[in-house]
Design a protein around this ligand. Structure first.
Ligand SMILES: Cc1ncc(COP(=O)(O)O)c(C=O)c1O
Length: 479
């Protein structure tokens, strides 16, 4: 049930969206609106603030509130058409340079997929961590399940696994806590999964473009990546994948069906189901990256591919990194029929997980505030997306194309014809703006004309400053 001020915003917003209120038209004064809707002045003020955040109205000094001119948003990029043959990945240096700049305070940071975590949630995590440490200094027990100085159990903390199993029910996944392995973030979950289902030299089918951490892992494990055309709205092309399966010997397929990185695509459920059957029949393991699913702009997280898995062929990987804290390094994998193998690899890889952050996550999830926190983050990112799209429509050249994701905090932009993203990256860095060049998200050179933007991290002022500058640079670099 929306709050009163949200109802006010929706009431006016609906009139604007349906064309009843036109651009440039004056809307009710705060007082009139309060009288008309029978709510308090402060409720209307909050409602109008929300409408300003949604870029639907603007305040004019000494004059009142007016419907904003809505800009025509740029179109979504076409379905990708990568070169379709397995290739060795090699692009580590640029990725490392970008990651090293993650903490550079002088930069407007649009490059790294860092979430913007709400301050109260961070404060709560800090309090929980401090409390755990204080409790431990008062205890004389040597071995308890919650002992900070102890190794965590091989599968990972049982209470945490139970909490994760409960949350996975929202994605339609019904697993026992003992079918979950806790990992150090989603990255380790992906690497363990890849390692479990492939051997060096094997080919892995991936979305194109796809998350560069995954491509790096493919490279590090001596595997080959086979990029499959992918649509910015509906995800990987099933017909292209089917053809690739006929032509090549593929061991695994990795994808993020819910708000992929960088496209933000979301596969419709019937396609998820078809994919599960297709890969099961072809005996190709399916590694599902579920990391962004909880950042949906809808009320409910979307269905996980794993929910259609009857045979254990799907390995679901995720973490709390995008929703709560990347620093916790709390992730998990539901490895299906590869459970024992993944468990063994986890032990070989890192022995066990850090106890302090595991316990912090357990206690945080037990507070019952996670869902409220997620609702806030979803709304925050949605508003930021709308804001950024309006900025892009205003300041970027007309012929760019841009994705309109329904979850997460990342956009994929096709630059004007002839503009090279590496040149744009270097020129933007000189202006202290960090962007991620498209070539990072592919094994080949086909995304030279693309960039990825994180719109969640920076303030509105910084986003506006950055879009003005990037727009100018794009025009300068256009041949
Ligand atoms: C799509 C995707 N998968 C996995 C990861 C790795 O997540 P974690 O920080 O939990 O290891 C990231 C991080 O950026 C990501 O964007």
């Amino acid at each position: 049930m929306p709050k009163r001020y949200e109802q006010v915003a929706n009431y006016i917003g609906d009139q604007i969206n349906s064309g009843l209120l036109k651009a440039g038209e004056r809307i009710f004064s705060v007082r009139q609106c309060a009288r008309e809707l029978g709510v308090s002045i402060s409720t209307v003020i909050r409602g109008y603030e929300l409408l300003q955040d949604r870029m639907l109205i603007e305040s004019r000094p000494h004059s009142g509130f007016y419907v904003r001119q809505q800009l025509k948003l740029p179109q979504t990029p076409e379905t990708s058409s990568p070169q379709q043959c397995p290739v060795t990945v090699n692009m580590g240096q640029l990725a490392i340079e970008i990651l090293q700049n993650m903490r550079n305070q002088n930069l407007i940071q649009l490059a790294v997929a860092l979430p913007k975590i709400d301050v109260p949630a961070i404060a709560q995590l800090n309090r929980i961590t401090a409390k755990i440490a204080r409790e431990q200094s008062h205890t004389n027990q040597v071995i308890t399940t919650d002992n900070l100085a102890d190794y965590d159990s091989p599968l990972g903390n049982k209470t945490l696994r139970r909490k994760i199993a409960q949350r996975l029910l929202n994605g339609g996944v019904n697993v026992h806590p003992d079918e979950i392995v806790i990992t150090s973030g989603c990255q380790e979950a992906l690497v363990l999964s890849l390692n479990a289902v492939t051997k060096a030299g094997d080919t892995v089918a991936v979305e194109s473009p796809s998350y560069y951490g995954m491509l790096q892992a493919i490279e590090a494990l001596g595997l080959k990546a086979l990029e499959i055309p992918t649509d910015a709205k509906t995800g990987i092309s099933l017909s292209a994948l089917e053809l690739a399966i006929r032509e090549w010997s593929i061991s695994a397929c990795v994808l993020a069906p819910n708000y992929s990185n960088p496209l933000g695509s979301k596969m419709p459920n019937h396609r998820k189901k078809k994919l599960v059957t297709m890969l099961e029949t072809a005996e190709i393991a399916l590694i599902e990256d579920d990391i962004n699913a909880e950042l949906t702009y809808d009320q409910q997280r979307p269905t996980a591919i794993k929910s259609y898995d009857q045979s254990g062929n799907v390995l679901l990987c995720s973490s709390l990194s995008k929703t709560l804290s990347p620093g916790l390094r709390v992730g998990w994998v539901v490895p299906g029929r590869w459970l024992e193998r993944v468990q063994h690899l986890k032990f070989c890889n890192s022995g066990a997980n850090a106890t302090i952050t595991t316990l912090t996550a357990v206690r945080y999830l037990a507070t019952g505030t996670y869902d409220r926190h997620l609702r806030k983050m979803r709304q925050y990112y949605k508003q930021k997306r709308d804001y950024f799209l309006q900025l892009a429509a205003q300041y970027f050249p007309q012929d760019i194309r841009i994705t309109h994701p329904q979850g997460g905090f990342i956009l994929w932009i096709r630059l004007p014809q002839g503009v090279d993203s590496i040149r744009l990256y270097h020129r933007a860095m000189k202006e202290n703006i960090a962007i991620a060049p498209g070539i990072l998200f592919s094994t080949g050179q086909q995304y030279h004309q693309f960039i990825r933007i994180n719109y969640g991290q920076e303030s509105r002022q910084n986003l506006e400053k950055a879009t003005i500058l990037l727009g100018r640079l794009m025009r300068k670099l256009t041949p």
